[in-house]
Ligand binder design. Sequence first.
Ligand SMILES: [Zn+2]
Ligand SMILES: [Zn+2]
Length: 152
Amino acid sequence: MTKKEVNITLPTDENGLIPRQCPHCDGKFTIHSETFEEQQYLNLRCPYCEWVEEVDEFLTEEQATYSEAVAETELRRMAEKEFAEMWEDAFNGLSSNDFIEVETNTDEIDFGSRNAPSPHLSIETVQVTCSECSFRYAVRRDEDDPSCPVCR
Ligand SMILES: [Zn+2]
Ligand SMILES: [Zn+2]
């Protein structure tokens, strides 16, 4: 078995914000993805309960479902390709003297695919710009006093 790696890029919304979900209180919010990467932050603070954890722990349910579907489709695609090559190799091994005619049509192989659901948040958010570090993020509308996800 060869090891398969699938890289999944989680999409941001039209404002460059990427959804996050707190592993502690399950609160959902979004952060400005580019700024976060540029500043090379490793940890994130939940704007609701102030829980601090590594950014990878803040995967939302939507993103988890999305990644799973994308990975599955990608792995299927790789399997199809491999199967098609195997199939062709098997018949290429026959010498031209053999009185066997085989038609191979590998275009027909279809392992099916799954439509990836939307990775975006289903809640309404309001954008906030931190007055201390000017980091951009968004929280639920009913949150009056959110904590900046990156300020220390
Ligand atoms: Zn939280
Ligand atoms: Zn800040």
